[in-house]
Design a protein around this ligand. Structure first.
Ligand SMILES: [Zn+2]
Ligand SMILES: [Zn+2]
Length: 852
């Protein structure tokens, strides 16, 4: 027993203390040699430069619920933390720093740049991992990993070399999204799409050997300098006669084959498409299908690369556009222009408009790797929750292209390929001294680095020490589950799966959980730059980590996106406070006499005890099933309802006087239910449960080291539940009569047409605060209670007031219903507003039926 409890729960006062105690007690340090069954999760590594956001908070909650639950069900748990080196983001930070100092990375060179990067990593360290502590995340901090630490670098190089030896890595031209400022290929995930108001130019191309012209619409006329074909849809009658002939490229004079391709949209522009395989991904594909020439019309810095056309060469693309348009107009080839709104890709890091461009890149051949994934899925080795995401995964695998793994950055895992002066090329894990083929010491190292997803694809086993045969790897691979957001299913999850299958011979996890995305309160994407982000650390300060977690657990597994709702988080803070007060009440009634033992099903239990103990078993089953079935909302809602309504509102009220009087069965029941409830809630709300549990009598270890509650069927008692629920309905009837009239107070007299035992009579007397009598007098209200009837005398002249109240409520309801019946309202009003109106209607209907 500890010091007296403050009257209100203050999360700030206890959370940091528990975080520190848990870690000092090494509660979360996994023991690879433990004989217990293993359970492991590798945290999706956040960017080392990042800050905790709502996505992390949600995903962190899911993983922590599992980690704590598994510990309580007898597993050896490893929840491994780590961070990703975030190449583009970090390189940007360093480049900006250099810019402020009036220099560039090229001026200071690669070595000095590398030092600045290391310094930066030391400075930001694992700030974001620290932030997970505030959420109560039970991570094994002794195993913190970073994708750039020495062992991890070795794993990445080993993986590359093994693929290389397999013959699956090759260098070739490829159209990529190119950022002219970052001078690097940019992955699809790093594109920021923005709506642009542009001009659509209609340009006439002469058909060779004919008077006919084909008009083509384009938003980027400067790219026409690199056109190598014209494409039309095979079913388009306007152009069918031209297929197989040639058009002449204005300003350049190049002969362009006219080809038929299904990919052409008949409805766009004139239905005829200029094909520029070097500068458009769709055109690149059309070019491949029809063997069109590939012309690279742009330099990596975004200036034009057309040496044979001096007027446009080496000037920025936008300047070239102006000149091309001017020249077309002068030659009478510009048919018309019109305004055009479209989505334009920008570099997510620096905001520059991306240019699709062909460049030399490293590729990983995906044929066999994709086949392995598809087979693993067919054999049920990877299960998706919700199941429909398996389609996303399989569709991507079936249409997969080779993976462009190179990036032209300075920061990241350097591709471990070496070139010698005699034209040899080889890959090596350890930096070699001489050429593997001719022994030449004149070696040049590849300057490209690997896509960050290449290194994070190895995360589930590289964090455990692979390629070494470590104890951790044997104990904790495959991991148990992966929980993540849907936008990185293919970029990350799929790649982990084939990497695991290829390098480890086993999928890296059996279950993949795709959690809901938390949107801003207005339904927009949460974004720091748009100012629509919510800082989870602020929420933790306001309501406590438990409240944020309980809400995250409640919404995370719903398959829909969820709007941030602060009021619901506040609701969970009130819930924490409710638990706090319930504990105070139980403890004050126990005083210093801890009851001996748990309640026994054969013991002398009253109707309230039989009821709450039976309800408790149902709650244990529901909370457990919710966790096991990836439906945390079921768990948290069951625990919440049981704690708030069954335990606090009814049981403790009903047992209050007997608790005070020291009745043993009431005391042991109250304590047992509270103890069980705190265990059930612990994975969701670790701080408040740990604090309260430690205040209960007797020596206490930590909740994660105690056992998870098991339902005890001896307490299942449907009869007791039904009988008690019946009494509660009687009490509610009495209460609602009292509340529906103005000036209703406690007290009153009740006559019941049914046989009630002594305990039952006491319960009704206590809970409804009435006296049970044989005669109530002429002013009593006759009321129905199931089959039986009762009469209640509280005060006279209730009926007219009730009628007036009812009329008012009915008028309100009519208004709301009218609004809801209006289709325009339902269409235009935000879902939130409609929901509120619907709720209002339901409440009004309930109030009216109570009066009736
Ligand atoms: Zn950029
Ligand atoms: Zn050589």
């Amino acid at each position: 027993m500890t010091e007296p409890m403050p009257t209100a729960y203050d999360p700030q006062a206890i959370e940091a203390g528990w975080s520190a105690r848990w870690e000092q007690s090494r509660l979360f340090v996994a023991d690879a040699s433990s004989p217990k069954p293993k359970f492991s999760i590798a945290v999706p590594p956040p960017n080392v430069t990042g800050e905790l956001h709502m996505g992390h908070a949600t995903n962190g909650t899911i993983q922590d619920v599992w980690a704590r639950y598994k510990r309580m069900t007898g597993h050896e748990v490893l929840w491994l933390p780590g961070t990703d080196h975030a190449a583009i983001a970090t390189q940007n930070v360093i480049e900006k720093q250099l810019d402020r100092e009036g220099t560039t990375k090229e001026e200071i060179g690669r070595a000095a740049f590398g030092e600045l990067v290391d310094e930066w990593y030391r400075k930001v360290g694992a700030t974001i991992v620290e932030q997970f502590r505030e959420l109560g995340a039970s991570l094994d901090m002794t195993r913190l990993r970073f994708t750039m630490d020495a062992a991890y670098v070795r794993a990445v190089r080993t993986a590359f070399v093994r693929y290389y030896e397999q013959g699956w890595l090759y260098k070739g031209p490829r159209i990529v999204n190119w950022c002219p400022r970052c001078q690097s290929a940019i992955s699809d995930l790093e594109i920021d799409w923005q709506t642009h108001e542009d001009t659509l130019y209609y340009v006439a191309y002469q058909v060779e050997g004919s008077e006919e012209k084909v008009t083509i619409a384009t938003v980027r006329p400067e790219t026409m300098l690199a056109d190598t074909g014209v494409a039309v849809h095979p079913d388009d009658p306007r152009y069918r006669h031209l297929v197989g002939r040639f058009a002449v490229l204005p300003l350049v004079g190049r002969r362009l084959p006219i080809v038929a391709d299904e990919a052409v949209e008949k409805e766009f522009g004139t239905g005829a498409l200029k094909v520029t395989p070097g500068h458009d991904p769709l055109d690149y594909e059309i070019g491949e299908r029809h063997g069109l020439e590939l012309v690279n019309g742009m330099r990596p810095d975004g200036t034009m690369n057309v040496p044979e056309l001096a007027r446009y060469d080496e000037i920025p693309a936008l300047d070239a556009r102006a000149r091309v348009v001017e020249d077309l107009r002068a030659q009478g080839l510009l048919v018309k222009t019109e305004p055009y709104t479209h989505e334009v890709g920008h570099c997510d890091r620096c905001g520059t408009v991306l240019e699709p461009m062909v460049s030399e890149q490293w590729f990983l051949d995906m044929k066999e790797l994709a086949a392995m994934c598809i087979e693993a899925s067919a054999q049920g080795k990877v299960r998706w929750h919700p199941e429909r995401y398996e389609r996303t995964y399989l569709d991507w695998l079936r249409g997969i292209r080779d993976w462009c793994v190179s990036r032209q950055l300075w920061l990241g895992h350097r591709i471990p390929v070496y070139y010698c002066g005699n034209g040899h090329q080889f890959a090596a894990v350890d930096p070699p001294q001489r050429c593997a083929e001719c022994g030449s010491t004149e070696l040049r190292e590849e300057t490209d680095v690997l896509d960050t997803w290449f290194s994070s694809a190895l995360w589930p086993f590289a964090t455990l020490g692979w390629p070494e045969e470590t104890l951790d790897l044997r104990a904790f691979y495959p991991t148990s589950l992966n929980s993540t957001a849907r936008d990185i299913i293919n970029l990350w999850v799929t790649r982990m799966i084939f990497s695991g299958l290829f390098f480890m011979g086993e999928a890296p996890f059996q279950d993949v959980i795709i959690h809901a995305t938390i949107q801003a309160a207005d339904g927009r994407r949460m974004s720091k730059s748009l100012g629509t982000g919510v800082d989870p650390r602020e929420i933790v300060k306001r309501y406590g980590a438990d409240a944020l977690r309980a809400w995250a657990a409640q919404v995370a597994m719903s398959s829909q996106d969820v709007r941030f709702d602060e009021s619901r988080i506040e609701g969970y803070k009130r819930f924490s406070n409710k638990l706090w007060n319930a504990t105070r009440l139980v403890l004050s009634s126990i005083a210093n006499e801890a009851p001996k033992g748990s309640p026994s099903p054969d013991g002398d239990l009253g109707p309230a005890e039989r009821w709450i103990l039976s309800r408790l078993q149902a709650t244990v089953r529901e909370v457990t099933a919710g966790i096991e079935e990836y439906a945390f909302q079921r768990s948290i809602e069951a625990a919440y309802d049981f704690a708030w309504h069954d335990f606090c509102d009814w049981y403790l009220e009903a047992a209050k006087s007997r608790l005070r009087d020291g009745e043993p069965s009431a005391r042991s029941t109250a304590l047992h239910v509270l103890d069980t409830l705190l265990r059930l809630l612990h994975p969701f709300m670790p701080f408040v449960t740990e604090e309260l549990w430690h205040r209960l009598p007797d020596e206490r270890d930590y909740l994660v080291r105690t056992s998870w509650p098991e339902p005890d069927p001896r307490f299942d008692d449907g009869g007791a539940e039904a009988a008690f629920a019946d009494l509660l309905r009687l009490v509610e009837e009495v209460r609602s009569v009292r509340h529906s009239g103005k000036g209703g107070t406690a007290g009153g007299r009740l006559r019941i047409d049914a046989e009630l035992g002594r305990s039952e009579r006491e319960l009704v007397t206590d809970l409804a605060r009435v006296e049970i009598v044989d005669e109530v007098g002429p002013s009593a209200l006759p009321l129905a209670w199931g089959e039986a009837r009762f009469e209640l005398a509280i005060s006279s002249a209730r009926a007219p007031q009730r009628a007036a109240e009812r009329a008012r409520l009915e008028a309100d309801l009519a208004k709301v219903e009218q609004k809801l019946a209006n289709p325009a309202f339902r269409e235009r009003a935000p879902a939130e507003v409609v929901g509120k109106e619907e709720q209002k209607a339901a409440e009004l209907r309930a109030a009216i039926s109570r009066l009736a």
